[in-house]
Design a binder for this molecule. Structure first.
Ligand SMILES: O=C(O)C(=O)C[C@]1(C(=O)O)C=C[C@@H](O)C=C1
Length: 381
């Protein structure tokens, strides 16, 4: 069975003989494929207006596609539709859970979902850089003890970041496994009931924290590339520090997502990673986690996003459409800082992955299956 991915399509299919326009299929189905589909199973997709078809064409194997529900009735007998509903409601979420939901562990360790989340995070990072680019470099914001702050020793930025984290801890921000604080020892306990997220990462995951490095590299390498001008701008130090907090939090979340990537990769290729980890083969681990094609695509997309998000749309066709942050600078920051730090998180996480318990897991393939079954039973719609 050749299943690459599901494509959710809510458009209309007007001609039952062309149920298979290329974009609705996965795999290599093409417009010229002989006619049709043999529909083997189908069912409405929960939470969408789509209808899922499971079948084959003569040439292309076993594609899965979705069409609008109303249209599905034209070529799928109602008995089949009824019969297959429950089966496919579950099967579709198994094949391709829609997105990461931390209450549904199986959706979290799906590499496609993780990458989708990373793509979405690019928007947050790019926009936060654009906001920061309004202000001067502002070294006073980063200089330790430049301002006399009551009961605090450090930079103005650190002070603001700490206040922000303390407040956000009160609304449970750092209970979420995708949030990593800069000041883990100074958080406050929330008055809200605990969220009790099911664990998806190893129990030491919180200790993998490269925020100090992120902050240093942000101040030294990123700010100079995105700031409007050199020097200070007294009237804007508050706005500048607020923009810095947004940038740092966006970068931190992005980089520490490496933990999910690492766990997903470990579970997908347990034997290979176990070997590398046992041999403390850092270079081998780095090679195993690297996907150059994915990286190239990220950089290409960032240039496009830098142009699109940083340009006033009414100036798009002007002779001189100015980008607020140079798109090439954003891509360079990802290439030289964001991706390498994400990989560092992945490696640090993986190097500790074989605790006593995990060693047993790696030696007992049954255990992985049992674990996956348990996770999946939590996640079905
Ligand atoms: O998507 C992955 O596989 C990742 O490991 C994440 C990431 C990234 O930082 O975006 C890092 C390393 C890979 O070479 C590709 C991408």
């Amino acid at each position: 069975m050749r299943i690459n991915r599901l494509i959710y399509h809510e458009g209309k299919v007007t001609n039952p003989y062309s149920v298979a326009p290329t974009s609705h299929f996965f795999g290599s189905t093409s417009q010229s494929d002989p006619l049709f589909w043999f529909v083997y199973a189908c069912g409405p997709l929960p939470h969408t207006r789509g209808y899922l078809l499971f079948g084959s064409t003569l040439l292309s194997g076993w594609p899965v596609s979705t069409v609008h529900r109303k249209e599905a009735s034209r070529f799928v007998p109602s008995s089949v539709r009824f019969f297959s509903f429950h089966y496919l409601s579950s099967a579709s979420s198994f094949l391709h859970p829609l997105k990461m939901e931390f209450k549904k562990p199986a959706t979290v360790l799906n590499l496609a979902n993780i990458r989708q989340a990373l793509v979405r995070m690019e928007d947050t990072v790019v926009f936060s850089f654009i906001e920061r680019s309004q202000f001067y470099e502002s070294p006073s914001v980063y200089a330790p003890n430049k301002y006399k702050i009551p009961n605090f020793s450090g930079s103005f930025l650190d002070w603001l970041l700490l206040q922000n984290e303390k407040t956000h801890s009160l609304v449970r921000r750092y209970e979420s496994p995708d949030e990593t604080p800069f000041f883990p020892d100074q958080l406050e306990e929330s008055f809200l009931p605990s969220l009790n997220y099911p664990p998806v990462l190893a129990d030491y995951a919180d200790e993998v924290n490269v925020n100090d490095e992120i902050r240093t590299v942000y101040i030294e390498k990123i700010v100079p590339q995105i700031a409007a001008k050199r020097g200070d701008q007294d009237e804007n130090i508050g706005s500048t520090a607020c923009a810095d907090v947004d940038c740092l939090q966006a970068l931190s979340r992005r980089v520490h997502f490496g933990k999910f990537v690492a766990e997903a990769k470990f579970q997908n290729e347990m034997a290979h990673y176990t070997n590398l980890i046992r041999n403390k083969d850092i270079k081998g681990i780095e090679e195993a986690i690297t996907d150059s094609a994915v990286e190239a695509k990220i950089l290409e997309r960032l240039i496009a996003k830098g142009h699109a998000y940083g340009t006033d749309p009414t100036l798009r066709y002007s002779q001189n459409p100015q980008s607020k942050v140079q798109p090439e600078a954003i891509a360079k920051i990802y290439k030289e800082v964001v991706i390498p730090l994400t990989k560092k998180v992945e490696v640090e996480y993986l190097l500790r992955r074989l605790g006593d318990d995990d060693e047993a897991e790696a030696q007992d393939p049954q255990r992985k299956t049992q674990l996956m079954n348990r996770l999946l039973s939590n996640s079905l719609w």
